[in-house]
Ligand binder design. Sequence first.
Ligand SMILES: Nc1ncnc2c1ncn2[C@@H]1O[C@H](COP(=O)(O)OP(=O)(O)O)[C@@H](O)[C@H]1O
Ligand SMILES: [Mg+2]
Length: 385
Amino acid sequence: MPLAVTEARSLLAAYPLAPVVATVGSHSALDIADGAASEGLGTLVLAEAGRDAPYARYFRTTNGPPGFPRRGCVDEVWTYPKFLSLAAPAEQERLRRKGALLVPNRAFSSYVPLATIEDDFRVPIVGSRALLRIEERSERENYYTLLERAGIPTPHRVPGPEAIDRLAIVKLPHATRRLERGFFTAASPSEFRTKSERLIARGTIAAEDLAGARIEEYVLGPVFNFNFFFSPLVPRADGLELLGVDERRESDLDGLVRLPAAQQLELSESARIPVYTVVGHGTVTVRESILEEVFRLGEKFVDAARARYPPGILGPFCLQTCLDRDGHATVFDVAARIGGGTNVHLALGHPYGNALWRTPMSTGRRIAVEIRRAAAEGRLPEIVT
Ligand SMILES: Nc1ncnc2c1ncn2[C@@H]1O[C@H](COP(=O)(O)OP(=O)(O)O)[C@@H](O)[C@H]1O
Ligand SMILES: [Mg+2]
């Protein structure tokens, strides 16, 4: 039985005035911690053994000698053998005693089962826990469904390999590293067959995952990931903000395309099929005349999410888009929480967020500003579920 929003919000009653910002040690934890530290809030990272050094050592908060700056932005690190352990009832109790507000990122919803988050995770989450499930393409109702409800353009869906009649992208998980991608492109049924056989032989994908793969039109154009923020603390008309835009660095795709075509053709057939592992992020702005449409998409998404999954979006979300040759956006992925590329705006902010707030405003810092304001006005229940 999903945890009622009211129950999640009632957990706040026992919380201290100054909540602690907690997040899972991966994905965008540094942006979240840096933002909270900039706003004077305590920070707690829930890390996994063997991958906690950035938090427990390199960005750990340490006070300098009198008159010298403080270093780092991670006040405390709780390291678990496995991320999943953070959801144990005793750990939830510990988080509540700490006054921790959990800021969800992709690591949280990947390592803690969605059913646990929805039904049993009795720690206030800054954002909408009910929306995390739409990110799963395997769900019957997922982000594509919501985008269509919102009237937001999505790539044309190709019903099956035999129906491929244009350049398409096939989306399925990696065979063994399940959080990674086993994506490939195909422009015909025969190319689909050839490439899928090669990728199965290479161990990149598993045959049994092909049946559930999403096949969609490949949109030719650069990718822009629009990092929005929606605040329920202000009048609806003022709620939407565009904080920044990022693009991802994907390996080995970006390495392949940096090779001249003639050299690419010298590679083996298999090596010419790229892998889309996200390894980094870049920052971008969009042609100014396109911003009107970008805001319209954001507003439509907020309204559709509110109608279908009340209370809807609370805080950050990311619309991942391709802009075609006419400058029109097609949204191929959604994050209903802080996007995966916001680290590129960590501490610096992005021209859009900075222009709006007249100060460096990353997504991490904007989340912290929202928490601080809600706490000051006794409105924390309005930003958590
Ligand atoms: N329909 C599409 N057309 C063109 N490129 C796409 C399309 N869908 C995805 N991509 C490319 O694949 C990458 C990953 O796709 P995405 O759907 O965001 O996967 P994930 O859910 O793993 O983040 C994108 O960053 C983009 O470069
Ligand atoms: Mg994506």
